[in-house]
Design a protein around this ligand. Structure first.
Ligand code: ITT
Length: 194
């Protein structure tokens, strides 16, 4: 591609980097990991704030345009939990799934949504653009599938009868919170930055 832009993707989660590079294929935008030492203190109270904190830390470390994703699963009957604490709900991915299924067991309402906030900052950590997207669905009674990561084995998106972990990467990326957010962000980047 004639015009292209490499952006630091401010995360320690390799699944996210893999997904965003798949989603961005052919767009002229690609993503690389932040430099060593990237260890932001995610003490914001919203997905938007935490994505800004991560993007800013990566930009200052790398002196380069950076994008961060802060995401999580919000369960209606649990008043939006685990929400911004999705990665910290318990000590391992399997324990987090078990805890969520146990906490939700007494409830008939299994509605939930994945949320993804993305913040793009310049090399000084100043915000260039911010987007938020959702993927709505339900929490399954039992886990199934092994693709993806995190809570994918217990999330059934609206309009489907399988969990995200039973989907191909392509299908997940076409409907996911991260796919929707990144496509909006890439549209902005293509119009304004390359
Ligand atoms: P970074 O902060 O380094 O980016 P992280 O995994 O800690 O990595 P977050 O703080 O944004 O990222 O927490 C996101 C958590 O929400 C993630 O660890 C999963 O538990 C869950 N999550 C987010 N997106 C998901 C997805 O597409 N599929 C399944 N679970 C997801």
């Amino acid at each position: 591609m004639e015009n292209s832009l490499q952006i630091v993707f401010a995360t320690g989660n390799l699944h996210k980097v893999h997904e965003v590079n798949e989603i961005a294929k052919g767009s002229g935008v690609s993503f690389i990991l932040p430099p060593e030492g990237f260890d932001p203190l995610e003490n914001g109270e919203t997905f938007e704030r935490n994505s800004y904190i991560k993007a800013k830390e990566a930009a200052i470390l790398s002196d380069s345009i950076s994008l961060a994703d802060d995401s999580g699963l919000c369960v209606e009957a649990l008043n939006g939990e685990p929400g911004i604490f999705s990665a910290r709900y318990d000590s391992t991915p399997q324990k987090r799934i078990d805890k969520l299924l146990a906490n939700l067991a007494p409830f008939g309402n299994r509605n939930a949504k994945f949320v993804c906030a993305m913040t793009l900052v310049d090399g000084n950590g100043e915000i260039i653009h911010q987007v938020t997207a959702e993927c709505r669905g339900k929490i399954s009674k039992v886990q199934s599938g092994s693709n993806g990561f995190g809570y994918d084995p217990i999330f059934i998106p609206d309009g489907y009868t399988m969990t995200i972990a039973q989907m191909s990467d392509e299908l997940k990326n076409s409907i996911s919170h991260r796919g929707k957010a990144l496509r909006m962000m890439i549209e902005y980047i293509q119009k304004n930055l390359i």
